[in-house]
Design a protein around this ligand. Sequence first.
Ligand SMILES: Nc1ncnc2c1ncn2[C@@H]1O[C@H](COP(=O)(O)OP(=O)(O)OP(=O)(O)O)[C@@H](O)[C@H]1O
Ligand SMILES: [Mg+2]
Length: 228
Amino acid sequence: MRVKTYIKGFDEKLEGGFPQNSSILIFGSPGSGKTTFCNQFIYNGLKKGEAALYITFYAPPRVIKDRMKKFGWNIEGKIIIFIDVYSWKAGGIRVDKYTIREPSDLNEFNIKVSEAIKELKNKNLKRCTIDSLSTLFLYVPTDLALKFTSVLLGKFKLNDITQTIVIEGGVHDQATLNALDAMSDGCVELAYSEMLQKRIMRIRRMVNTKHSLEWFGFQISNKGIVME
Ligand SMILES: Nc1ncnc2c1ncn2[C@@H]1O[C@H](COP(=O)(O)OP(=O)(O)OP(=O)(O)O)[C@@H](O)[C@H]1O
Ligand SMILES: [Mg+2]
């Protein structure tokens, strides 16, 4: 079974989509299009009547919703839970059920993820994104962050959830990247080519899938990512 991103021109390069239940790293430098890719992946699932889980480290849910709207992706009324690991910074925020109060408290984090999965379990929960997992490494030591990641990904897999996990390029050392590679099922790398003066992406690794290793050009249009 494949899980379609419904990103124009992308699924065809992957035998129809991501393998079901897979953990896919979305790797690239700032501005390369990682968030757009994930938002599009999530929205396209919601549009088909799925539920989704969105773990955000980079902005509060309201801002993400607005950002999606600019691409014409309206998620009002859709079944999505945001686990907000951003808003705690503001201090004194109204803490709702899925706001993490202390990102280094992995126990709290773990419980909230489980609760969210439970809440969506009978609502066709199929997709999850973490944007970006790299931020977690700012709050907890690397070995702990890796251990926690592995627990998290296992949980998603058991619950039949396909995930896109944002990893910032140029942030982690090689040993950490290797560990993340080892616990995930695939990696899509996004970049900007100075030479070609355009956005490019490649499928660097994808379990159980015959795919090309070449770089493909893509654009971010007002409807999101479109492969060339
Ligand atoms: N409506 C739009 N139309 C076309 N291009 C856009 C639009 N909105 C954003 N972009 C482009 O997308 C880029 C940002 O992409 P995105 O936020 O997905 O990257 P990212 O890899 O998540 O970056 P970061 O690491 O900073 O989070 C912007 O720098 C801009 O060039
Ligand atoms: Mg981003």
